[in-house]
Design a protein around this ligand. Structure first.
Ligand code: TYM
Length: 350
C-alpha cells in the first residue's frame, strides 16, 4: 500500500518528449473566443511541436446532445481546425470517442482524484447552479477528470487553452502528481503546462465586458460566430457595448474600461499586433473610427475561415479521412502509454 503521509522525495523532472494536446467540444457553434483563445494558438504551435488536437465528443455528452447531430458537429469542429490552418499532415486531428484510452484512463484517474478537488471546480459550480441534482449528470461533475485523461493518455506537456480552463489544468497537474506519488512512479506523467497567456486568452461578451464570450449566452449579439456572414460580423461589432471616451494612448488607460479593452484586445490578436501598437494607431480616436476599422479587420480575417469551413462541411468524406487517420495515429501514441499505466497500476497482464 502506498503511504501518502510520508514526505515525497522530489520528483525527477519529466524527461520525455514535449507534446501539445488540446480539445474543443462539438456542442454548438464556435465563436471568436474559441478561435482566438484556442485555434489561433494551435496553428502557431504546430511548427515547433508535435500537436494532437481532439474533438471532445465524450465531454459534449455530459449535457444532452442530439444523437442525430453529434457526428455532424464533430465534423464541424474538425473543419474549423482545418480552416483555421491546422495541418493534418503535421498535427493529429481526431474524435475523442474513437480512442478508448481516454475513457479507460479517466476511470483510473477517478480513483486518484478526490471528491473535494472536483467540488471546488468553478465551471461545475456555474453549470450546475440552480439545477436540481436529479438533472445533473455524474459526467458533468467528472468532466475535468476526463480532461486530465485526454492530456495524459499522450503524456502531453503543453496545453494551449483559453483562460477559463486554468483551473481544469491545475487539476490535471494535481492528478498527474498524485498518480506519480501513489504508484511510486515519480516521473511517470509530466505535469502539463497550461498555455493561456497573452491577448485572446479571455475574449469578453460584446454586450457586457465583464462576462466572457460564450456559446451559452442567450444573446447572439454577444458573440461573433465563426460561421457568421460578413454583414452580421460588422453589425455586431458596430453595436458592441462601448463607452463615450476616445481610446487611450497607452495600455494602462484601458484599466477599468472592460469593453474598450476587449475590443482593442480583439483587434490586436486579429492583426497580430500588441495592444500598445493598436493604441499607437487609434489612441485619441473615438469608437466611431475604431469600430469600423475593427469590423473590416474581423471580416477580412474570419471570412476566409468561414468559407473554407463551409467547403469542408459540404465534403464530409474529406473531413472523415482526416479524422480516421488522426484516430489511428492518436491510438498508436496512447497504446504503449496505456500498457505502462496498466503495469504501474498492477492490473493483470498475460
Ligand atoms: P470548449 O469547447 O468549451 O472551448 C474550446 C476552447 O476555447 C476556449 N475559450 C475561450 N478562449 C478565450 N475567450 C473566450 N471567451 C473563450 N471561450 C472558450 C477554451 O478555453 C478552450 O480552450 N474543457 C475544454 C475542452 C477540453 C480540453 C481537453 C482542452 C477537453 N479536454 C484537454 C484542453 C485539453 C473546453 O471547455 O472546451
Amino acid at each position: 500500500m502506498p503511504d501518502l503521509t510520508k514526505p515525497v522525495p522530489a520528483a525527477p523532472a519529466y524527461s520525455g518528449p514535449t507534446r501539445v494536446f488540446s480539445g474543443v467540444q462539438p456542442s454548438g457553434s464556435l465563436h471568436l473566443g474559441n478561435y482566438l483563445g484556442a485555434l489561433v494558438k494551435f496553428v502557431a504551435m504546430q511548427d515547433s511541436h508535435e500537436c494532437i488536437f481532439c474533438v471532445v465528443d465524450l465531454h459534449a455528452i455530459t449535457v444532452p446532445q442530439d444523437p442525430e447531430r453529434l457526428a455532424a458537429q464533430t465534423r464541424e469542429i474538425a473543419a474549423a481546425y482545418l480552416a483555421s490552418g491546422v495541418d493534418p499532415k503535421r498535427s493529429i486531428i481526431f474524435p475523442q470517442s474513437a480512442v478508448t484510452a481516454h475513457a479507460e484512463l479517466a476511470w483510473i484517474f477517478n480513483c486518484v482524484a478526490r471528491m473535494g478537488w472536483l467540488e471546488r471546480m468553478t465551471q461545475y459550480k456555474e453549470k450546475s447552479q440552480g439545477k436540481d441534482a436529479e438533472n445533473i449528470s455524474v459526467g458533468l461533475f467528472d468532466y475535468p477528470v476526463l480532461q486530465a485523461a485526454d492530456i495524459l493518455a499522450y503524456k502531453a506537456t503543453h496545453v494551449p487553452v483559453g483562460e477559463d480552463q486554468k483551473q481544469h489544468l491545475e487539476l490535471s497537474r494535481d492528478i498527474a502528481g498524485r498518480f506519480n506519488r501513489e504508484f511510486n512512479a515519480p516521473d511517470f506523467f509530466p505535469l502539463p503546462e497550461p498555455l493561456h497567456q497573452g491577448p485572446g486568452a479571455r475574449i469578453m461578451s460584446l454586450r457586457d465586458g465583464s462576462k466572457k464570450m460564450s456559446k451559452s449566452d442567450p444573446s447572439d449579439a454577444s458573440r461573433i460566430n465563426l460561421l457568421d456572414e460578413a454583414d452580421s460580423i460588422a453589425k455586431k461589432i458596430k453595436r458592441a457595448t462601448s463607452d463615450s471616451e476616445p481610446l487611450p494612448e497607452t495600455v494602462d488607460g484601458l484599466k477599468g474600461r472592460n469593453e474598450a479593452a476587449n475590443l482593442v484586445g480583439i483587434y490586436a490578436v486579429l492583426a497580430g499586433q500588441t495592444e500598445a501598437d493598436v493604441l499607437r494607431e487609434f489612441g485619441g480616436k473615438g469608437f466611431g473610427v475604431f469600430k469600423p476599422a475593427l469590423a473590416e479587420l474581423a471580416v477580412a480575417k474570419l471570412g476566409p475561415v468561414a468559407t473554407e469551413m463551409r467547403r469542408l462541411m459540404a465534403d464530409p468524406a474529406e473531413v472523415d479521412r482526416v479524422l480516421r487517420d488522426g484516430a489511428d495515429r492518436a491510438r498508436a501514441i496512447a497504446a504503449p502509454i496505456m500498457d505502462d499505466v496498466r503495469r504501474v497500476v498492477g492490473f493483470w497482464r498475460p
